[in-house]
Ligand binder design. Structure first.
Ligand SMILES: C[S@@+](CC[C@H](N)C(=O)[O-])C[C@H]1O[C@@H](n2cnc3c(N)ncnc32)[C@H](O)[C@@H]1O
Ligand SMILES: [Zn+2]
Length: 419
């Protein structure tokens, strides 16, 4: 568990700021995106969390994708369709799907894709600004700032475009293409997400949409062409881990890696933390919420190195578990993470973290993480830090933490603790 990851539950939304005190707010959501807090829902903890794997045919039969643009969500009359094919409109993309249950599509995850486009837009603008390229998102007037500091937890305020860092930004298309960001969607299915990146996120140089399924890779290529983004989007049919391991070299790393697997991202994390560029963005979905929310604590340990417990705060716990796991994998390569945004939505969680390199900062990892003692009776909890960090003048001293923070039974109700 990461004690210092300040995951703040704001109504339906759990956000974690960077765990450095001076990074206590996030700028989010350009007005281009119709993302609202109201659209977020946490899981109902009284219900068994479940994964939602769905193919196109099931989705069409049972659901209409929510929140689509004004275009009709489903049509089958567009030119260029193969027999039985359907088109799904989401965001700015129009995605071809075969009628058979061959390639994964989950309309419920539309919010995940909306959110990712919004985060990538902000990330791209920030990164390109550092490279001397200014990007104005069309139509943007105001930016929403979510304050995460302890004093103002949960307040949402509007800031005008007169903020110095966004003032007078202009779209400079030519250099944007040369110096733009390289994106990898490692588990891309139909390519829907990647096509949306190509159409909706400014400042991207290339997008590799990878899937080990031959049918998915072929569909990705067709969807790239169908949406006229073939110049920026490359379809790839490889094992995701191999693509990332081959991109570990500094000049080959990706600025953004998106992991959106079936269930757990655990098998892909080791490669991902190495293949993301310095200060790059790693976006990770977990849909194995039953495991992460305490129903299968031993599996949680084997995948993430944390034992999940059943608790009222199971969604926040799941976020801390995945952040802990990514941080630990990164630390093996002298890398560390800065969580930018962490959300629990419907049946899944999604985290966006920046990955950086620095041996000195990696040393802080143990002292930021803790074991949690949870009273099975009254729910009171205490933290047992994993490591201790003390300053000795200009030097930092690292040692084992002392403890335990609790006695054999709860001081309030006399019951035992789970660790
Ligand atoms: C949940 S779907 C991805 C959905 C997609 N990101 C979206 O937003 O629509 C997961 C995909 O990962 C692919 N996949 C699973 N294991 C893989 C691996 N080791 N390498 C590459 N692709 C893999 C599956 O074929 C499947 O299409
Ligand atoms: Zn108690």
């Amino acid at each position: 568990m990461l004690r210092a990851f300040k995951a703040a539950s704001i109504g339906y939304l759990a956000l974690s700021s960077a765990f450095y005190e001076n990074k206590s707010f996030l700028r989010l959501f350009s007005s281009q995106h119709s993302v609202t807090l109201a659209k977020l829902q946490t899981m109902d903890s009284s219900k068994e969390p479940a994964e939602s794997h769905e193919t196109m045919a099931e989705a069409v039969k049972e659901k209409t994708p929510t929140g689509c643009t004004e275009k009709s969500p489903l049509t089958s009359t567009e030119p260029g369709l193969l027999p039985g094919e359907t088109v799904v409109n989401e965001g700015k993309a129009a995605i071809l799907f075969p009628s058979a249950n061959e390639v994964f599509y989950n309309p419920v995850q539309e919010f995940n894709r909306d959110l990712t486009c919004a985060v990538l837009t902000e990330f791209s603008r920030e990164q390109l600004a550092q490279r001397g390229i200014r990007i104005l998102v069309p139509g943007e007037k105001d930016r929403v700032v979510i304050q995460l500091s302890e004093e103002k937890n949960g307040t949402v305020s509007q800031e005008s475009a007169e903020q110095p860092e966004v003032q007078n930004l202009k779209h400079e298309e030519a250099s944007e293409k040369e110096q733009g960001l390289r994106v990898l969607e490692a588990l891309a299915a139909s390519g829907l997400r990647s096509v949306r990146f190509a159409l909706e996120v400014p400042g991207l140089k290339s997008i590799t949409a990878n899937d080990f399924s031959a049918k998915a890779a072929a569909l990705i290529a067709r969807n790239g062409q169908h949406n006229n983004v073939g110049h920026i989007l490359q379809a790839s049919q490889r094992d995701a881990s191999m693509v990332m391991y081959e991109a570990r070299g500094k000049s080959q790393r990706y600025d953004v890696i998106d992991l959106d697997p079936y269930g757990s991202p655990s098998p892909f994390l080791d490669a991902a933390v190495q293949a993301v560029s310095e200060g790059g963005l790693l976006c990770v979905t977990c849909t194995d919420m039953a495991v992460m929310a305490g129903n299968s604590s031993e599996t949680c340990y084997s995948k993430y190195g944390s034992v999940s417990i059943k608790s009222k705060y199971c969604h926040e716990m799941a976020l801390r578990i995945i952040l802990h796991s990514i941080d630990l994998r990164a630390a093996a390569y002298q890398r560390y993470i800065e969580p930018l945004l962490s959300v629990s939505v419907d049946f899944y969680i999604r985290v966006f973290v920046r990955v950086k390199t620095g041996q000195a900062t990696v040393k802080n990892s143990a002292s930021k993480q803790a074991l949690l003692y949870n009273c099975v009776g009254c729910g009171a909890f205490h933290l047992q830090r994993m490591g201790k960090k003390t300053s000795q003048g200009k030097q930092m001293k690292y040692s084992a933490a002392t403890g335990p923070p609790v006695g054999p039974t709860c001081e309030h109700c006399g019951q035992k603790h789970q660790a």
